[in-house]
Design a binder for this molecule. Structure first.
Ligand SMILES: NC(=O)c1ccc[n+]([C@@H]2O[C@H](COP(=O)([O-])OP(=O)(O)OC[C@H]3O[C@@H](n4cnc5c(N)ncnc54)[C@H](OP(=O)(O)O)[C@@H]3O)[C@@H](O)[C@H]2O)c1
Length: 256
C-alpha cells in the first residue's frame, strides 16, 4: 500500500484525509506542519503523522498531494526536492503541467480537481493526464473523470466552481419556500429532494440530453411550462455563463 504525503493542510486536503480514511485507506498519511492546529487534529482523529518540515513529508511518502494555494506555490517549491519520478498530485487551480514541471524538477506531475464531497467519498475526481497510480490513490474519493487535455481540465475547474455556486441557487430556492411559510427544514428537504430526483433521472437516462429531459416534463399546459416561460424570458443562464467566463479567464491568465 502506498503512503501519501500532503503539502498544505487546508480546507480541501482535510476532506481528502477524511475521505481516504472513511474509504478504509490504511496507508501512512504524512502532513506538513504548517496550520499546526488542523494538522494535529487530523493526526489525532485520522491516524496521520505531522512531519517536522515539508521535505520530511516528501522523503517519507510515495505520492505527494500538493494542497497549497497557487500564490504559495513558489515558496513551497523552494522548500522541497522530490525524487526523480515521484508522483506529485497538484490541486492548485490554474497551474499547468509545464509550470509544475518547472517548479518541481524531475517529479511526475498530475493535476487533480476535487470538491468537499471527497470527505463523503462522493466527489467528482478529475485527473489530468491519465495516471494509474493517481487514479488508484484518489479513486475512493468519488467518481473518476480522466482528462488528457489541459484545456479541458481548465473547463473541469470551472465545473468545480459550479459546485460552489449551486449552493447559492439552492439557498435562494429554499428561501423562497421559507418566505412563503414553509419551515426551513421542510423547504430544504423539498429543494434537495427535487434536485435529487432530477439527478437520479438524468443519470439513469444518459441517452437523452438534459434539455430533452426537462422538455419532457415542461409539456404545454403544465405548471412547469408556465414557470419555464418566465425563466426563458429572463434567462439566468446568461448570468451563469458570465460567471463561468470570469473564472475561465482567471485560470487561463494564471497558466500563461
Ligand atoms: N477549496 C476548494 O473548494 C478547492 C477546489 C478545487 C481546488 N482547490 C485548490 O486546492 C488548493 C487548496 O485550497 P484550499 O481552499 O484548501 O486552501 P487553504 O485552506 O488556504 O489551504 C492551504 C494550506 O496550505 C498552507 N501552506 C501555504 N504555504 C505553505 C507551505 N509553504 N508549506 C506548507 N503549507 C503551506 C496554508 O497555510 P497558511 O494558512 O499558514 O498559509 C494552508 O493551511 C488550492 O490550490 C486551490 O486552488 C480548492
Amino acid at each position: 500500500m502506498h503512503s501519501l504525503g500532503i503539502l498544505g493542510v487546508g480546507e480541501l486536503t482535510e476532506k481528502v484525509v477524511q475521505g481516504l480514511r472513511r474509504s478504509g485507506f490504511s496507508g501512512a498519511i504524512l502532513l506538513s506542519p504548517r496550520n499546526a492546529e488542523r494538522a494535529e487534529r487530523l493526526a489525532r482523529e485520522h491516524a496521520c503523522q505531522v512531519m517536522a518540515d515539508n521535505q520530511a513529508v516528501v522523503d517519507g511518502a510515495d505520492l505527494v498531494l500538493l494542497g497549497v494555494r497557487p500564490a504559495s506555490l513558489g515558496e513551497l517549491a523552494a522548500q522541497v526536492q522530490l525524487r526523480p519520478g515521484q508522483h506529485l498530485l497538484s490541486l492548485a487551480a490554474g497551474i499547468n503541467l509545464e509550470q509544475l514541471a518547472g517548479a518541481f524538477a524531475g517529479a511526475q506531475c498530475v493535476r487533480v480537481m476535487l470538491s468537499y464531497a471527497a470527505q463523503y467519498n462522493q466527489s467528482t475526481v478529475v485527473v489530468c493526464p491519465s495516471d494509474p497510480l493517481t487514479e488508484q490513490a484518489l479513486g475512493a474519493l468519488g467518481n473518476l473523470v480522466v482528462i488528457e487535455d489541459e484545456a479541458a481540465f481548465e473547463l473541469a475547474t470551472v465545473a468545480a466552481c459550479m459546485n460552489g455556486w449551486f449552493y447559492f441557487l439552492l439557498h435562494d430556492l429554499q428561501q423562497w419556500l421559507s418566505d412563503k411559510g414553509l419551515p426551513a427544514d421542510q423547504a430544504r428537504a423539498l429543494v434537495l429532494g427535487n434536485l435529487q430526483d432530477c439527478l437520479s433521472s438524468a443519470r439513469e437516462q444518459p441517452e437523452h440530453t438534459l434539455k430533452a429531459l426537462g422538455e419532457a416534463i415542461a409539456t404545454p399546459g403544465t405548471f412547469t411550462a408556465d414557470g419555464l416561460a418566465v425563466l426563458t424570458h429572463q434567462p439566468v443562464s446568461a448570468t451563469w455563463g458570465a460567471a463561468c467566463e470570469v473564472v475561465l479567464d482567471g485560470l487561463l491568465t494564471r497558466s500563461r
